[in-house]
Ligand binder design. Structure first.
Ligand SMILES: NC(=O)c1ccc[n+]([C@@H]2O[C@H](COP(=O)([O-])OP(=O)(O)OC[C@H]3O[C@@H](n4cnc5c(N)ncnc54)[C@H](O)[C@@H]3O)[C@@H](O)[C@H]2O)c1
Length: 330
């Protein structure tokens, strides 16, 4: 049984805790949060031990792996300590706020050999997994173009408002857009040309960014990330991939997932979505990609196998591309 210690029990920490309840072979044994009620609530549900100080959790012999769901600007400090203490580490995305921290993470991983995964969850999201497999199989030929979108109303939950401080989170251009930046690298590799335009709010936080990419070989792509649409505007992630022989579309808000072959007609691909029982106290299947990524992490670490998807190295490369877009926009 893999014993996980979870640090940061806000929005994402709560979702990770629910996933651990549904995954075989893992037990959430330790939790830590700056707000003691957050820690006590999750501890009760999981029979976990509460650590007032996250560093004590990291140093505990009762923890094999540390899951870091802290605000982005705190990832590096705790991930470095966990690696040094010989723990496997899961770090939420974006891996860090800046490249200096990312370099420290890579250096520490090289020195310690720690098994590290980053929560680039779109690589584990059923529809995006299907699209990646369709592209790699070449059954619809090569990719011609890609359109990506990730939009929402203003996130309201963040602890001490950290998400809306650009220095701490990187704004929508880093925090939200990193998902599509990582996915486009995952399916197409590194772009050649990149041009971006963006908008900042009155506090300097980048709230909307549009980017155009041109890849070696000629594939073109665009993306939009924005998190200050009106309050009732639904969250939507969307991808449209035009291939030589078909176009694939996924739109989460409209529940559209379809393949349009060039010869006409359309069909909805079959997905291997895991249907889970209700042990987590809710409809855990809606946690989809989070469940899939954490299951992968638990299985890899439990079997002493290296993390090979959403690696630290890959996530740092995605951070570099997102920062390149931000400076192109500036
Ligand atoms: N993968 C995704 O889709 C996704 C979605 C949302 C957030 N995230 C990422 O998850 C991370 C956390 O975001 P969130 O939305 O859960 O933030 P949040 O503000 O909801 O939660 C952060 C928690 O950390 C706690 N905390 C702060 N400092 C602490 C410390 N020193 N020790 C212990 N606890 C501390 C806070 O009390 C709070 O409960 C961020 O990196 C964010 O980018 C990922």
């Amino acid at each position: 049984m893999l014993r996980v210690g979870l640090i940061g029990l806000g929005f994402m920490g709560g979702m990770h805790a629910a996933c651990y309840k549904a995954i075989e072979g893992v037990s959430l044994t330790a939790v830590s949060d700056a707000v003691s009620e957050n820690a006590e609530k999750i501890a009760r549900e999981h029979n976990a031990k509460v650590f007032e100080n996250a560093l004590d959790l990291i140093n505990s012999d009762e923890v094999d792996a540390v899951d870091i769901c802290l605000p982005t600007y705190l990832h590096t400090r705790y991930a470095v300590e966990a690696m040094k203490r010989g723990k496997a580490v899961f770090i939420e995305k974006p891996v860090s706020r800046d490249l200096e921290e990312a370099e420290l993470l890579l250096k520490t991983r090289a020195e310690t050999g720690a098994n590290v995964m980053v929560g680039q969850v779109i690589r584990f999201w059923d529809e995006y997994v299907w699209i990646k497999e369709a592209i790699d199989s070449k059954k619809y030929g090569d990719v011609v173009s890609v359109v990506l979108k990730r939009v929402s109303s203003l996130p309201s939950w963040a602890w001490n408002g950290w998400l809306h401080n650009d220095k701490l989170s990187g704004g929508a251009a880093l925090d939200m857009h990193i998902h599509d930046v990582d996915y486009i690298r995952y399916i197409l590799g590194e772009p050649g040309e990149v041009s971006s335009i963006a908008r900042r709010d009155e506090n300097g936080s980048m709230t909307q960014i549009f980017t155009s990419y041109k890849f070696p070989g000629g594939v073109i792509a665009t993306s939009e990330a924005c998190w200050d649409y009106p309050p009732d505007f639904p969250f939507c992630m969307e991808i449209r991939v035009k291939l030589e022989k078909a176009t694939i579309v996924y739109n989460s808000a409209e529940s559209v997932f379809a393949v349009y072959p060039n010869e006409g007609g359309s069909f909805k691909p079959e997905l291997n979505t895991v249907t889970l029982d209700n042990r987590a106290g809710g409809n855990i299947s809606s946690l989809g990609g989070y469940y899939n990524e954490l299951k992968y992490f638990v299985e890899r670490v439990s079997n002493n196998k290296p993390i090979e998807n959403a690696t630290l190295k890959d996530s740092v490369e995605s951070l570099k591309l997102a920062l390149r877009e931000i400076s192109a926009a500036d």
